[in-house]
Design a protein around this ligand. Structure first.
Ligand SMILES: C[S@@+](CC[C@H](N)C(=O)[O-])C[C@H]1O[C@@H](n2cnc3c(N)ncnc32)[C@H](O)[C@@H]1O
Length: 315
């Protein structure tokens, strides 16, 4: 993610996804077994700079404490080693104690395709807008577009195979960390038939990269279908408690309908895209052009969100 607070300032869309899963957080906090001794373990996988992560973990802390007011909590924020963990901790400790008394806050910089905390120490795991990132990009000879869904079948198959392997590893890692009866709440970009998260924006990106004579590039992202999510659940020891695919417009598109300000819309939408894409595609001209085109044609380039919202319990 783009650091120095840029992600935090341009992650309103991701924040909206968190709000949309609020009932699942409540369900998870009600369902988990509280330990006879020791802390309830909470982990946020792919926490980034922390604004949204603190929102989720703070809500879970409140919900657990509503069940047992003096319950000790061990909260782990997880992301990759390059993440801006300094900003995360500055955020967390802006107020005296991020999650109230009797709580301990840790960071883990282990990839979430491996266990990120010791076995059987987590009661609720969350993962927002992160599991669609692949652990590695397979070699794709001649990608027809940056996103798997715009590629020819053979290349698409290579990315699908990588995504299937990653999802299984992700579940195996969570199966080790979660206590029996523990829950995982997950929100991720997804797809329903040909309806794929962000498709028009990716089509615009392909056009811009072609104009700029950019070398072939494969986005390390895969948006899974319901079948792909369900496939390894049984063998990895999970029960699906909730699944839906939702379509949410962005706050910027909603604002555009109110004020018709296309320039402001394009600036905000491009900011949202840059926050996660710029570290991969750093050429500033891409985002200048994206902003211009989005202002000219908001509907034809919209960032449509096709979101998986799911909850799982560990058997
Ligand atoms: C779009 S951000 C989402 C941040 C936050 N969860 C939110 O909802 O705003 C995705 C985050 O996932 C992290 N991420 C991607 N792959 C990861 C991995 N294998 N292990 C841990 N974190 C990962 C990225 O570094 C990034 O910070």
């Amino acid at each position: 993610m783009k650091g120095d607070g840029f992600y935090d300032r341009h992650s309103l869309v991701q924040e909206q996804f968190i709000h949309s899963s609020a009932p699942l957080l409540e369900q998870a906090a009600r369902a988990i077994p509280l330990p006879a001794h020791g802390p309830v373990g909470l982990v946020d996988l792919g926490c980034s700079e922390g604004k949204n992560s603190q929102l989720v973990m703070g809500r879970l802390a409140e919900l657990v404490r509503a069940r047992r007011s003096d319950q000790a909590l061990l909260v782990t924020h997880n992301d990759l080693p390059d993440n801006n963990f300094n900003r995360l901790f500055r955020h967390l400790y802006a107020n005296a104690s991020p999650y109230g008394p009797n709580s301990w806050v840790m960071a883990s910089a282990q990839s979430f395709f491996e266990p990120v905390v010791p076995p059987a120490t987590v009661h609720i795991a969350c993962c927002y807008s992160a599991v669609h990132w692949l652990s590695a990009v397979p070699s794709v000879p001649h990608p027809a577009g940056v996103l798997f869904s715009r590629m020819e079948p053979e290349s698409r198959g290579l990315l699908a195979a990588q995504a299937a392997q990653d999802w299984e590893r992700f579940l195996q890692a969570r199966a080790q960390e979660l206590v029996s009866g523990g829950w995982m709440v997950l929100v991720s970009g997804g797809r329903l038939g040909g309806d794929v998260a962000g498709l028009k924006m990716y089509a615009l990106l392909d056009e811009i990269l072609q104009e700029l004579d950019h070398p072939p590039f494969v986005m390390p992202i895969y948006y899974r279908s319901e079948e792909e999510i369900r496939e390894p659940l049984e063998t990895t020891g999970f029960r699906l408690e909730h699944f839906r695919i939702q379509h949410l417009s962005t706050p910027f598109a909603d604002q555009l309908k109110v004020d018709g300000d296309r320039k402001a819309y394009a600036r905000a939408t491009t900011g949202f895209v840059r926050a996660w894409m710029e570290p991969l595609l750093p050429d500033a001209r891409i985002y200048q052009r994206m902003e211009e085109r989005m202002a000219e044609n908001p509907e034809g380039t919209e960032v449509a969100n096709v979101q998986i919202v799911a909850a799982f319990s560990r058997l």
